[in-house]
Design a protein around this ligand. Structure first.
Ligand code: AMP
Ligand code: GLY
Length: 442
């Protein structure tokens, strides 16, 4: 039977998901809602918002879709997985209850406390007054997070008390409770683990570049680039992440009646002593991490089979499969964003892409649209993510940046230093010297 697969979402992550699914030996028929211009080269576009649960259900039934893959968090939090499962449809992603791990920072902290998972100490404050009092128990830099979904933009790391108080005022203006956290020192790591309700298996680890400017300066964004694999990740660190973080989280979510299926994305801070701490959980593939993780997996793994086994609740046949964590090549992805992002930016700019791309290079679309005239235009802040796969990090960097030069999109920018420090490292093993070179946060 041909699988009819619907992917929900419209970013670079979803384009990369479709690309990986299209490589499956099962040769699925692909649909995407709502998608972008790049997605439509691989899948039939469906004019439905990803978080319009009723419309998704109707489409799935009318079209006899056999498998749904949920990209972003909003449909998960809206309960699309629960609604589809009630109708007997196989779906990749966590339930509404389990998605609270991302939707509420306070819920995530409570679960981590129950599970005994290492994370920053915190105070949960419902009012500005409460928060101002709690702040005196912390020292600079102050970490202030609005409780709720904020697309990576509700977090302030303030160097001064005055800036911290400003962040509390901004949260109050949005009527948002806040979590104030202890500042964690170290280097960040994204571990995307695939889970079936009982066990979670980490995939190739990645590093994301969240700040808008080179050398990690400027505002936080959804992510300006990523690379994988991360050189300092070794078996010992992965084993600690498994036993101290993933296993207790899976157990605790089961005990809470919210067993976790889908991608448990652990945003980690690796302390200089090598110990991992959880900064946050997301409940879905990361964007742009997916644009490096899947291209490294898709030639060796049937990604469709992997996601379906997660959805069916049985990943046992994947346990011990080293291909999930150990790629044979390296990947980097660089985001091409509209000038102004993450603040206001212009939409509707015409983009022209090169006719042919070198082997190993892929331009994933994020905020793009095809006009009736045939012109490709920008319709978002993060517009394209350019991925290169090759044998060394310096080679993939060269390939990705050459491809970006060949794109004609005048009012755009990219970070120039994605994976730069890691590519310059001469010691690819162990956490020692490399650690100091990718150390982003002191
Ligand atoms: P989040 O949305 O929770 O991942 O936070 C966004 C970014 O803020 C993270 O990727 C970190 O760079 C930074 N951050 C968040 N929490 C902390 C913390 N407790 N200590 C240090 N940096 C943090
Ligand atoms: N790259 C960060 C995220 O997907 O939330």
């Amino acid at each position: 039977m041909t699988q009819k697969v619907l992917v929900l979402g419209s970013g670079g992550r979803e384009h990369a998901l479709l690309e990986a699914l299209s490589r499956s030996p099962q040769v699925p028929q692909l649909f995407v809602a709502p998608g972008n211009a790049g997605c439509y080269t691989l899948a039939t576009g469906v004019d439905i918002k990803a978080d319009d649960v009723k419309a998704v259900l109707d489409f799935v039934q009318a079209e006899d879709i056999t498998f749904v893959v949920v990209g972003p968090e909003a449909p998960l939090v809206a309960g699309v997985v629960d609604a589809l499962e009630e109708q007997g449809v196989l779906v990749f992603g966590p339930s509404q209850a389990a998605a609270q791990l991302e939707a509420s920072k306070h819920y995530a902290k409570q679960i981590m406390a129950k599970a005994g998972v290492p994370t920053a100490g915190f105070a949960y404050c419902k009012s500005r007054q409460e928060a101002e009092i709690a702040l005196s128990n912390f020292t600079a830099p102050y970490v202030i997070k609005e409780d709720g979904l904020a697309a990576g933009k509700g977090v302030t790391v303030a160097e001064t008390l005055a800036d911290a108080l400003d962040a509390l005022a901004r949260a109050e203006a949005k009527h948002s409770p806040v979590v104030i956290e202890e500042f964690l020192k170290g280097v960040e790591l994204s571990v995307l683990a695939i889970a079936d309700g009982k066990q979670a298996i980490p995939l190739i680890s990645a590093q994301d570049f969240k700040r808008v400017g080179d050398n990690d300066t400027g505002e936080n964004t959804g992510g300006m680039g990523a690379y994988a694999p991360v050189p300092f990740v070794n078996d010992a660190l992965l084993a600690t992440i498994q036993t101290d973080i993933l296993d207790p989280m899976m157990k605790t979510m089961q005990a809470e009646n919210a067993p976790f299926k889908g991608i448990l994305y652990a945003g980690l801070m690796i302390h200089p002593n090598g110990r991992p701490f959880v900064v946050e959980f997301n409940v879905r593939f990361g964007d742009p991490e997916t644009q490096v993780v899947l291209p490294l997996l898709q030639d060796r793994i049937d990604v469709l089979a992997l996601l379906m086994d997660s959805a069916k609740g049985d990943l046992s046949s994947w346990r011990g499969n080293r291909a999930l964590q150990e790629p044979t090549q390296k990947a980097v992805t660089v985001v091409v964003a509209a000038e102004g992002y993450p603040q206001a930016y212009a939409s509707g700019q015409v983009i022209s892409l090169p006719d042919a791309l070198p082997k190993g290079v892929n331009v994933f679309h994020a905020g793009t649209k095809r006009q009736p005239s045939g012109d490709l235009i920008s319709v978002g802040g993060r517009v394209l993510t350019v991925t290169a796969v090759a044998d060394t990090l310096s080679e993939v960097r060269t390939q990705a940046y050459l491809a970006i030069e060949a794109i004609n999109f005048p009012q755009s920018f990219s970070r120039s230093d994605i994976a730069l420090k890691a590519s310059e490292s001469i010691s690819p093993h162990g956490i020692g010297s490399l650690y100091s070179q990718v150390y982003t946060n002191s």
